[in-house]
Design a protein around this ligand. Structure first.
Ligand code: G6P
Ligand code: MG
Length: 225
């Protein structure tokens, strides 16, 4: 795919959190898997991958739909189920430390900061600020999109548009970083340059792909653009 921007145009980075900064995507998956088992919904790799980047309530709806159970619960029951998943998830993230930052991410954030790039967070997670705090990365993210203010989740571009706006940058001046297909689609729809971290077959729509976070450096991005 032709990259949208040249490297010299880029002034800021808009980051996803879960699966990019830290491996909380594993904790999300474990907690949803537990709930799916309880609801009698078969857990598959496709369902697991499809849930990445998707808001809490939308994730629950996807799981119920996968088991043809979308009409089996009242709204109140659905909120209780989502709360149960979140309680399990929060239990796990409370045990996190800076050792849970994915390889290469801290040096990359330092590299961005020392080269004057602006940084914001575009995570659908309402637990984002807590996770950053546990990782001791709060200072790197002065601007965080509040997912409670969004009218649509990823793959809608809204969260990435807001991530650029918080930095007072145009979308073309931003690179978005994602591990989820829905997130890469959101970045592309926002007209930002997309980096996909992980399986290139799942993230085939990304402008740049890195299999591992450790591969992401300014130099590697410059080479790719
Ligand atoms: C991120 C994760 C999803 C999660 C969503 C909401 O996008 O990739 O797996 O469902 O955030 O997270 P929350 O912590 O608010 O339930
Ligand atoms: Mg993610």
């Amino acid at each position: 795919m032709m990259a949208k921007a040249k490297f010299d145009q880029i002034k800021g980075f808009v980051f996803d959190l879960d699966g990019v900064i830290t491996d909380t995507s594993v904790y999300h998956s474990i907690a949803w898997h537990q709930l799916a088992d309880k609801l009698g919904v078969t857990w598959t790799k496709t369902l697991e991958d499809g849930l990445k980047g998707i808001s809490r309530m939308d994730s629950l709806e996807m799981i119920l739909k996968a088991g043809n159970k979308e009409n089996d619960y009242t709204q109140e029951e659905k909120v209780a189920l989502a709360t149960e998943k979140n309680d399990n998830y929060v239990n796990e993230i409370m045990k996190m430390t800076p050792a849970n930052i994915l390889p290469g991410i801290k040096p990359f954030l330092d590299e961005l900061r020392s080269n004057g790039y602006l940084i914001s967070l575009a995570s659908a997670s309402k637990n984002g600020p807590t996770v950053l705090d546990k990782l001791a990365l709060t200072d790197y993210f002065p601007e965080i999109v509040d997912p409670a203010t969004l009218s649509k989740g990823k793959p809608d571009p809204e969260i990435y548009v807001k991530g650029a706006e918080l930095l007072n940058l145009k979308p073309e001046e931003c690179i978005g970083v994602e591990d989820a297909a829905a997130g890469v689609q959101a970045i592309n729809a926002a007209n930002e340059t997309s980096i996909g971290i992980g399986d290139p077959t799942i993230l085939s729509e990304a402008d740049i792909n890195f299999k591992e976070t450790a591969e992401m450096t300014l130099d590697a991005i410059k080479q790719a653009l």
